[in-house]
Write a protein that binds this ligand. Sequence first.
Ligand SMILES: [Zn+2]
Length: 179
Amino acid sequence: MRSCGSQAIHTSWSSFVNESFVVCKTYVRRADHSYPVETVMTRSTQSGASEVLAELLSKWPGKSESADLESLKSRLSTYLTADFSWSTFSNRPFGEFSIQSKELVIGNTAKVLVYDSADSQYPNLAILSRSDEGEWRLKKFLFQCASCFGTGVLLNDPCDTCGATGWGLVDWVKEQTDL
Ligand SMILES: [Zn+2]
């Protein structure tokens, strides 16, 4: 039996298919009763989002690739959400994109940091979404804002390049930010 507390006489772990965390309940015995004293939520280390992203990044177009949009679509659309913006592919690495962080999973959203192997200074933020069938797809791929360097703050004001999110570009036409 796994234990998550020194006082534990009984520890139960349960995980949920559609959640990305494990709940740990520790029970101690007092008189004739045992009751939970502690609940710890731990992010699971793997949800599958990073694997999907790694596979996609291995097929991401390089700086010099001249593939047209149709060939990119046939190569990559299975990895992307239906609302993925194809203009995202203008963000191309000088070297290769690679995953440089753990995945942060919140509900059905996973966030992962990706760097260009030839430019390790600035991260990109990959945002993946999990479908009802449990499959991860890339929803957004955003470079860190070069105006505010990811802080969202520019000269003591909300950064109007990224919409104060620190990532991507605010879309003034659609009146949207990426985050
Ligand atoms: Zn900014």
